[in-house]
Design a protein around this ligand. Structure first.
Ligand code: SAH
Length: 218
């Protein structure tokens, strides 16, 4: 696909409307809405499909993967409660859109992708948009032990269970947001590490993600 980094009035307008739509769907966090209003989502699409970029839908990005629906990105990001300087691990870099939203909120971001072609593509393209996370290629279901602990961990693919190794990589007081369920649908789960061996788990709404594949996954 050909990237074109031009942000015209038409795309800016569509982005404002997307923010209004997300508000009407229940997203309240002002910082999250600001980030969605800032990151040019059409940069992740071929120009042919710019008309799709600000609809509240997931979209194929190649290698059988998708750029998550804006509502889902906003929902997960809101749950994370990112504070500037938070050390954040994202599992499933994909297109890099979610990564840009986290960086807009001031995260020090570590992002891992298991598909080499997606990893290569996103690692090349994001810096051209001005976004610079630390990129990793590998099985994110294991976390990234050498860079732990993290303040926040976000999993952007559907998991069969909450991987124990991930919990251990949370700082005390840290938050994990992960969709857990079967291949068809998953419940959004947040786990707060309340103490050394104390975790508070909450189950929320239902979503549909591509599967988290790996050692501690499908
Ligand atoms: N955050 C992405 C969503 C991409 S879809 C975005 O904003 O576009 C989920 C991604 O998770 C896919 O790219 C898939 O290849 C990746 N993935 C699945 N299992 C993984 C694993 N074990 N480790 C790292 N990435 C994984």
């Amino acid at each position: 696909m050909a990237y074109k980094f031009v942000d015209n009035y038409r795309e800016k307008g569509a982005r404002k409307q997307l923010v209004e739509l997300l508000k009407s769907r229940g997203i309240q966090d002002k910082e999250v809405l600001r980030a969605i209003g800032k990151v040019p989502r059409h940069y992740f699409f071929d120009e042919t499909f710019w008309g799709q970029a600000y609809k509240d839908i997931a979209f194929p990005i190649g290698q059988g993967q998708t750029i998550s629906q804006p509502y889902t990105v906003a929902y997960q990001t809101e749950l994370l409660q990112i504070k500037p300087g938070n050390k954040v691990l994202e599992i499933g870099t994909g297109s890099g859109y979610q990564a840009c939203i986290l960086l807009e909120l001031g995260a020090d971001l570590y992002t891992v992708e298991r598909q080499e072609r997606l990893y290569e593509r996103t690692r090349k393209v994001l810096p051209h948009m001005g976004y610079r996370p630390h990129f990793f290629l590998g099985d994110g279901s294991l976390g990234i032990p050498q860079h732990a602990p993290f303040d926040k961990i976000i999993v952007t693919a559907g998991a069969p269970f909450v991987p124990e190794l991930m919990l251990k990589q949370l700082r005390i007081g840290g938050v994990l947001v992960i969709p857990v369920g079967n291949e068809k649908e998953q419940k959004m789960v947040t786990v707060i590490r309340a103490g050394e061996n104390e975790y508070d788990k909450i189950e929320l709404d239902t979503f549909r993600f591509v599967p988290l594949l790996g050692d501690q996954a499908w």
